[in-house]
Design a binder for this molecule. Structure first.
Ligand code: TMP
Length: 236
């Protein structure tokens, strides 16, 4: 499958048309941003790691019954995906307090929850991705009631599976962000990516951060952390 015209360039990926109207090619970049694009940088090798890791995880999720946009890995940075209409919601699941949760509710990071939480942000850069609830999402016509129910069910299922995959490699899954899309027939599938850019991953013993917080918070060792996760997960 060949790349045709570039349709879109985002903060971390480019999207290209293909000769199949139902398929796109996503190309992952080494560019990193944080705080709605205010902080910019490069994480060398991130494009390849995020592409390969996201594909690995999506293949495993698909086997366990979670439909995804994944079709075929083309190269280190490029992947064929099913064309979807993205539901403009960032779906965030948390198992342990961190990040904006800790800040918003004035609690320390690292509190292990009795049950996972779910929250939605309205995916809108101009508004800074504001937090919303499912009634707001319905009022804004971002998704139907049925779609929101499906998305919640898949998000918690992804959490159960991903928590297990990470535990096998000595990592605690703190929180993560998912995005979903609609195929042309309306089927909801998991889209976007699952990577150290979109998850908080802490070593279960040392609690060392192995994710994009190293970039967001200027902790150093960003590339090494991404490499470490990839090595543990995929043996390389
Ligand atoms: P938060 O604590 O900043 O709300 O982030 C929760 C999770 O969502 C964390 O794993 C990082 C991820 N995330 C993204 O993937 N994209 C974003 O734009 C933001 C703000 C968070």
């Amino acid at each position: 499958m060949e790349k045709r015209e570039q349709l879109y360039e985002g903060k971390a990926k480019k999207v290209f048309a293909t000769d199949d109207p139902e398929k796109l090619i996503v190309s992952y970049k080494d560019d990193a941003t944080a705080f709605n694009g205010e902080k910019k940088g490069t994480i060398h090798g991130k494009g390849v790691i995020n592409n390969r890791m996201s594909n690995h995880l999506m293949r495993r999720l698909e086997k366990e019954g979670v439909p995804t946009h994944y079709v075929e890995e083309l190269s280190g940075t490029d992947t064929v995906v099913k064309k979807v209409n993205i539901v403009p919601l960032e779906v965030i699941i948390r198992n342990i307090s961190a990040g904006s949760f800790a800040k918003r509710y004035g609690v320390e990071e690292g509190i292990v929850f009795d049950a996972p939480t779910i929250e939605f942000s309205y995916k809108n850069d101009d508004l800074g991705d504001p937090l919303i609830n499912s009634y707001h999402a319905l009022a804004l016509k971002l998704a139907t009631r049925e779609e929101i129910e499906t998305i919640k069910t898949y998000a918690f299922k992804v959490n159960d599976l991903l928590k297990g995959f990470m535990k096998e490699i000595g990592i605690d899954l703190v929180d993560f962000k998912l995005e979903f899309g609609r195929l042309s027939d309306g089927t909801i599938v998991l889209a976007d990516e699952i990577s150290p850019d979109t998850c908080r991953l802490w070593d279960e013993k040392t609690h060392e951060k192995l994710d994009k917080d190293r970039f967001r918070r200027d902790l150093g060792g960003v590339e090494d952390a991404y490499q470490e996760v990839m090595k543990r997960l995929m043996g390389e």
